[in-house]
Write a protein that binds this ligand. Structure first.
Ligand code: VNL
Length: 391
C-alpha cells in the first residue's frame, strides 16, 4: 500500500517535471545565430555577435512573454559547416529563427533548410543580390552589392570625373555582382572599363593584380573585397605607389570597413566609397548606437556588419511582438515583411515583395574627424531598392 503511494507520488513528480520542461520550452524563443567566429571572416562574427548582444541588453531578453535565447554557432565560414549547424539548430534545438551568415555561400547553403522547415532566416551580413531569391523564408538586413556599386558608378562618371576604370573584385557572388553592376552602369554613363580583374576569395594575393592595374593606368581602380580584407588592399595599393601614379581608389564601403579604417593610415585619406553605413553617420540615433557599442566592447568601433546584426535583431523582436509570442514560422515571416524603421544607418524598410532591404546609399570620403579616420558622408541617394531584383 505504502509502496504504491510512493510510486504514484514519484509518477506525479515526473509528470510535474516534464510539464515544467514543456512550459520552459514554450516560453523560450530561440534564435540560432550562425557566424564566422574564427578564420578569415572572424571580424564579421565578432561585430555581429556584439551587436546582437547589445540589442538584447538594451531591449531586454523577454518579449511578448517569451524568454529570448541566443544560440551562437561558429561556422568558420565553411558553407558545409553552416548547413550542418542550421540543420542541428532546427532539428535538435528547435530554434524559432535562424540568423547571421557571414558570407554568401553560407547563406545559400542554408536556404533549402529554411524552406523545408519554414524557418524565418535573417541574413545579417551576406550581400549577393540573389540570396533572397534562394528561399521565400529569407529576409535581409545587410545590403546588396548592386545597391552600392550602381551608386558608385553614377558618382564616378559624374562628379568623380572618371572616364577609364579597372575593376578588381573578390571572385565569388558579391564580387561578381559588384563587377557587373558597376560596369554596366559606368558604361551606360559613358565611361570605359579597361579591364575586369578577379582575385581568389580565400587567401588573396593582390600584388600581381595591382601590377596589372598600374600598367593599364586607369583614372581609378574600383574594388570590392569582403569585410576584413580592405586593409590588405589599401596597404599594397599604397606600397606600389598607385596613388602617386595618379590612380584613384574607389569602391564599395567594404574596402574602408570601419572595423579596420582607423588603422589604415593617412594613405587612406580621400578614398571615396558608396555604402549604407558609416560609424560617422551624423544622426542622434547613430551617435547613441556607436557610443553604447564601444562602451560594451572595449572601444571597438561598429562597422556595417554590426548594424546588419543590430537591425536584424530588431526585425526579429518586432515580429515576435506583432505575433504576440504565438507566431509559428509563417506568421513571424509575415510580420518581418514590410517593417519600416529608423536604423543607426538611417531610414530602412524590408520590402514585403522581395524581403530585401531598401535603404539610403551614401557617398563617403575618408577624412580625419576627431583625430580618427572616418568615412564622412557627403551625398546620399535615398531609398535605394536592390537593382539586382529588376533584372
Ligand atoms: C559578403 C559581402 C561578405 C560583403 C562580406 O564580408 C562583405 C558576402 C565578409 O556576401 O559574402 O563585406
Amino acid at each position: 500500500m505504502k509502496k504504491r503511494v510512493f510510486l504514484s507520488a514519484s509518477a506525479l513528480a515526473v509528470m510535474a517535471l516534464s510539464s515544467a520542461a514543456v512550459l520552459a520550452q514554450d516560453n523560450t524563443f530561440k534564435i540560432g545565430l550562425i557566424l564566422p567566429m574564427t578564420g578569415q571572416q572572424a571580424s564579421t562574427g565578432r561585430q555581429i555577435e556584439a551587436a546582437a548582444k547589445l540589442y538584447m541588453a538594451q531591449n531586454g531578453d523577454t518579449v511578448a512573454g517569451k524568454k529570448i535565447q541566443l544560440i551562437v554557432k561558429d561556422d568558420t565560414s565553411i558553407p558545409d559547416v553552416t548547413k550542418r549547424m542550421a540543420q542541428e539548430l532546427v532539428v535538435n534545438d528547435k530554434v524559432n529563427v535562424l540568423a547571421g551568415f557571414g558570407i554568401t555561400p553560407s547563406a545559400l547553403a542554408t536556404a533549402p533548410i529554411a524552406t523545408q522547415s519554414k524557418t524565418p532566416t535573417v541574413v545579417m551580413a551576406a550581400a549577393t543580390s540573389s540570396i533572397t531569391q534562394a528561399s521565400p523564408y529569407i529576409v535581409r538586413t545587410s545590403f546588396t552589392l548592386p545597391q552600392a556599386s550602381v551608386s558608385m558608378a553614377d558618382w564616378a562618371a559624374s562628379k568623380g570625373g572618371m572616364k577609364k576604370v579597372v575593376t578588381l573584385v573578390s571572385d565569388y557572388g558579391p564580387g561578381i555582382d559588384a563587377e557587373k553592376f558597376f560596369k554596366d552602369r559606368f558604361i551606360f554613363n559613358g565611361g570605359t572599363i579597361v579591364e575586369s580583374l578577379r582575385v581568389p576569395m580565400r587567401n588573396p594575393d593582390f600584388a600581381p593584380f595591382l601590377q596589372k592595374v598600374r600598367d593599364a593606368k586607369p583614372d581609378a581602380l574600383f574594388v570590392f573585397v569582403p569585410s576584413g580584407a580592405g586593409a590588405a588592399v589599401m596597404k599594397q595599393f599604397l606600397e606600389r605607389g598607385m596613388d602617386k601614379a595618379g590612380i584613384k581608389l574607389i569602391g564599395t564601403g567594404d574596402i574602408t570597413d570601419d572595423d579596420q579604417l582607423n588603422d589604415m593610415g593617412d594613405g587612406a585619406l580621400g578614398v571615396v566609397t558608396a555604402h549604407h553605413y558609416a560609424a560617422a553617420h551624423p544622426s542622434a540615433m547613430n551617435k547613441k548606437f556607436v557610443e553604447a557599442f564601444k562602451k560594451a566592447n572595449k572601444g571597438m568601433r561598429p562597422n556595417f556588419m554590426a548594424v546588419g546584426g543590430y537591425d536584424g535583431m530588431r526585425v526579429i523582436y518586432e515580429a515576435l511582438k506583432a505575433t504576440k509570442g504565438q507566431g509559428g514560422g509563417d506568421a513571424l515571416l509575415a510580420a518581418m515583411k514590410g517593417q519600416t524603421f529608423e536604423s543607426p544607418r538611417g531610414p530602412m524598410f524590408i520590402d514585403a515583395q522581395t524581403r530585401d532591404v531598401v535603404q539610403n546609399i551614401y557617398l563617403r570620403k575618408v577624412e580625419r574627424q576627431g583625430g580618427e579616420l572616418h568615412n564622412v558622408e557627403f551625398d546620399v541617394i535615398k531609398d535605394v531598392k536592390d537593382p539586382g531584383k529588376s533584372k
